[in-house]
Structures are given as C-alpha cells and as structure tokens.
Write a protein that binds this ligand. Structure first.
Ligand code: NDP
Ligand code: 2IT
Length: 455
C-alpha cells in the first residue's frame, strides 16, 4: 500500500467516498485497492461532463464483482500424498460480453490479486473493442518443480469444479503467469470429458491442432511492442537502433523481445524471479527460449553459453540504461527508484507488458520526468484481443493465417493507442495514456450497464 493510495489526494469528495467504500468493503487487498485507485483518480472530468454516471451509481457497481467463486482443489502428488490448494474465479463484469480473462497459478495468488487483475481486465477488454466482459481466476498452486503428471492432476481437479461456471457464452478463461499451452491442454481435456462437449470457444490459448489461433502465443508481447511503437512514433522516435530492456522471461517477455528485435531494437536485458541478465551484444532469444520454454530452467543459465553476458542478483534490471523499458514480469516490480534511474538514463518510453508492474510512485515519477507511460490495460491488451479472435475463429469453425491474424492484432493495438491518445486530448491532458485508457474503457462499460438497467 502506498501513501498516494491512502490519501485519495487526486479525487473529488464523491469519488473519494466511493474509493473509501471499496477499501472498507475489501480489507487486506492492497493490490485491488491500488488498481481501483488508479482508475478512480482519473474519472473526475468524466463525472463532471456526464453527471448521470453518478446518479446511476455505475462506478460503485463496477467496483463490486458480479460473482466471486472460491473453491478447494485437492490432488495427489507423485509421492501419493494429498495436496490441497485454494482457487478463485472472479466474474467481474459482463456488460460487454462473457467474462473473459486468464488463470494465474502462482504461490502469491489470493483473492486480492485476482480481484485487481479482474478489475483491470474489465477496462482492458473494453478497449479492445471486442465483445468481451472482464474476469480472472487462478490458484496458489506453484507449478515450479512439479512433474507434468502432477500439473495434469492439479489441472484436472481444478477443472472438475470450475467447469460448472464456464461456457463460451458465460465465462472463457485463458492463461496468465504459470498457465501456458501445457496447462490449457489439460484444462480443456478435462472440460471436454466432464461435459461431453467439444466446446472450442470455452478456453483460449489452445494448441494449434485443436482449436487454437495462430499468433495467440505471441500476441501479448507483440501487441505491447506495437503499442510502444505508436508511442515512439508520436514523439518522433522508433525502435530502430533503440536500446531496450524487458523484465521477465516468460510468455509476454519472450515475444516482446522477438518483435522489438524484428523492428531493429537492441534488447540488452531480461530477468526472472531469481535475477537478471545483461548482454551488451544483444539478447540471444533462441537461447532464452531453449532455457525457459524447453528446459523450464533459470535465466542464470544464459551466461553459461554467452561470454558477452553477465548475470546479477544485485541492483536491478532497471539500472541498465535504455531508451525503451517494457516491464513484463509481474505487479509492482518497477519502483520509484527504478523509475528515477530510467528517466535519468534517458529512457523515453515505458510500456507495461505485465499487469500493473509499475508502482503508483513510479508512474508519477515517469510522468513528471516526461517519460511516455503506457499502462498495462492498454499496452498488453493484445493477448486478450487475440483470444477474442480465437473465439471468433472457433465460432466460425475457421482458421486464419498468421499474417491475417497478426494484421488484426496490429490494427487493434493501433486503434487502442489512438483511442487513448484522443481521449486524453479530449479531456485536456494530451499524452496522458493512463487517463485516456481509463476514461475510454470506463465510458464503454458504463454506457452498456446503464442500457441494461439496474442489474
Ligand atoms: P509467465 O509465467 O510465462 O512468465 C512470468 C515471468 O515473470 C517469468 O519470467 C517469471 O519468473 C517472472 N515472474 C513471475 N512472478 C514474479 C515475481 N513475483 N517476481 C519476479 N519475477 C516474476 O507469465 P506471462 O508472461 O504470461 O505473464 C507476465 C505478465 O504479463 C503478468 O503480469 C501477466 O498478468 C501479464 N499478462 C499476460 C498475458 C498473457 O497473455 N499471458 C496477457 C496480458 C498480461 P520465474 O520464471 O522465475 O517465475
Ligand atoms: O491479463 C490478460 O489480459 C491475460 N492474461 C490474457 C487473458 C485472455 O483471456 O486471453
């Protein structure tokens, strides 16, 4: 929890009261408070321009999830011992379509994390322009060090409860931290077995041979780079020849690096939860993929094969001077001090590949230093947008080519950038992507909710 979150400094009295109610009704969930604060603190001009949003109490309704499911996941490990995890699905808002959002398997998962992610997802999904509502789920299960058989048994037990809440017109999960192609396969298999339905559109991020979409794997990282490219263009710069750092070395990070390199950037640093690597010769992405995707190893192994690189657990990846920083690991990984160092070293664009990786203080420092800042709900929306394209292909029983799908993704990211930029201008704060994203997303959701009546 940060000072800024506690003080309600930048809200009017009415919005401050709404935010205080969220804190009171959701104790012990600082990440959820932080996500709500970030949105509410930008909405004053909307409420001034459109007073009926206050009369309809639409913001209070958005802050209260439509449904929250918490369940037990018992399963047997390889030693034939019983293990018990806790799992969640928060079905936050269905004004624009079925609940849509990923599943996170990580030991840090608890209700507050899932609620922050679900809340962000509402506005992100609205920004994509696709017919998808917002939801998120996951478990405190830690897949690290587990055998494939253990992961399969966990996924089967998890789905044995979750399936009754899902459906292609109800709730459509996908991956997030700790949930990739392997996990989606086991989850889909169990859903199909229990329901006796080959309902392709019920999960996204599926394998290419059984209903998945080309580009979904790459989509979040590619989309973040497309968004950052638009931000750079706006200030007369480009990725060509730019130095870039990308935190994390999972799904989002790997494909952000790939697209940035394709656009001519030199990516010099990546990380995982153990530490970070710096390679002044430029990151060898094939090596990273071999370590992380094939061996499921540690990023430290990179330096064994690259004499130009070093690995560190001291300091931070954000100490490395770069023009563009793409935080793509996890929430609150980029702090005030990191932001100050990035700005001092000449960074001009920070775009969030992860969800809420920058702390509120870091965002303030970047903004004050005139570093363009792209918030996750806009910059990383390419993943869920391509999930919606996967649902579209499933509904039509069709498969699009890589080029066709990537073109759609690129158009969507350009449109989201444009919507954020023009909304920020319209509300008198050009260049403020946080304000633009929050207001543009909020208006779409609020208008649909009002049209649906008091439900
Ligand atoms: P992965 O599980 O594929 O990779 C996560 C990466 O982040 C790993 O390198 C991991 O390191 C690192 N990481 C995770 N937790 C921590 C932590 N507590 N501290 C430091 N490093 C950490 O996940 P994704 O790449 O899918 O997700 C990354 C971020 O992007 C998340 O914020 C997610 O919500 C967001 N996102 C993902 C989308 C998707 O389509 N997958 C879409 C939009 C946003 P290690 O290997 O050591 O655990
Ligand atoms: O945070 C996110 O947008 C995701 N993890 C992707 C969600 C999805 O349904 O594809």
């Amino acid at each position: 929890m940060t000072k800024k979150v506690g003080t309600m400094a930048d809200m009017g009295e009415d919005l401050g009261k709404i935010y205080q109610t969220v804190i009171d009704r959701n104790p012990g969930e600082p990440e959820f408070h932080q996500a709500v604060h970030e949105v509410v603190s930008t909405l004053t001009p909307v409420f001034e321009r459109h007073p009926h949003y206050a009369d309809q109490r639409v913001l209070e309704r958005i802050c209260e999830p439509e449904r929250q499911i918490i369940f037990r996941v018992p399963w047997m490990n390889d030693k034939n011992e019983i293990e018990i995890n806790r799992a969640f699905r928060v079905e936050f808002n269905s004004a624009l379509g079925p609940y849509k959002g990923g599943l996170r398997f990580h030991p840090s998962v608890y209700l507050g994390i899932i609620k922050f992610l679900g809340f962000e997802q509402i506005f992100k999904n609205a920004l994509t322009g696709m017919p998808i509502g917002g939801g998120k789920g996951g478990s405190d299960f830690d897949p690290k060090g587990r055998s494939d058989a253990e992961v399969m048994r966990f996924c089967q037990s998890f789905m044995t409860e979750l399936y009754r809440h899902m459906g292609e017109y109800t709730d459509v999960p996908a991956g997030d931290i700790g949930v990739g192609g392997r996990e989606i396969g086991y989850l889909f298999g169990q859903y199909k077995r229990i329901t006796n339905r080959y309902e392709s559109g019920v999960l996204t991020g599926k394998g290419l041979g059984w209903g998945g979409s080309l580009v979904r794997t790459e989509a979040t990282g590619y989309g973040t780079v497309f968004f950052a490219r638009e931000m750079l263009t706006k200030i007369g710069q480009s990725f060509d020849g730019a130095r870039v750092s990308v935190s994390g070395s999972g799904n989002v990070a790997i494909y952000a690096v790939q697209k940035a390199q394709e656009l001519g950037a030199k990516v010099v640093a990546m990380s995982d939860s153990g530490g970070y690597i710096v390679d002044e010769a430029g990151i060898d992405l094939d090596l990273v993929r071999e370590i992380k995707e094939v061996r499921r190893g540690r990023i430290s192994e990179y330096v064994d094969a690259r004499s130009s690189a070093h690995y560190s657990t001291e300091g931070s990846l954000w100490d490395v001077p770069v023009t563009v920083a793409l935080p793509s690991a996890t929430q609150n990984e980029l702090h005030a001090q990191h932001a100050a160092t990035l700005a001092k070293n000449g960074c001009v664009v920070v775009a969030e590949g992860a969800n809420m990786p920058c702390t509120p203080e870091a965002t303030t420092i970047l903004t004050e230093a005139k570093v363009a800042f792209g918030p996750g709900k806009a910059a990383n929306a390419g993943g869920v947008a391509t999930s919606a394209l996967e649902m579209q292909q499933n509904a039509a029983r069709d498969n699009w080519t890589f080029e066709q799908t990537e073109r759609r993704l690129e158009e969507i990211m350009v449109d989201i950038h444009e919507a954020c930029a023009t909304t920020a201008e319209d509300y008198g704060d050009p260049g403020n992507y946080v304000l633009g994203a929050n207001i543009a997303g909020f208006i779409d959701v609020a208008d649909a909710m009002i049209a649906h009546g008091v439900i």
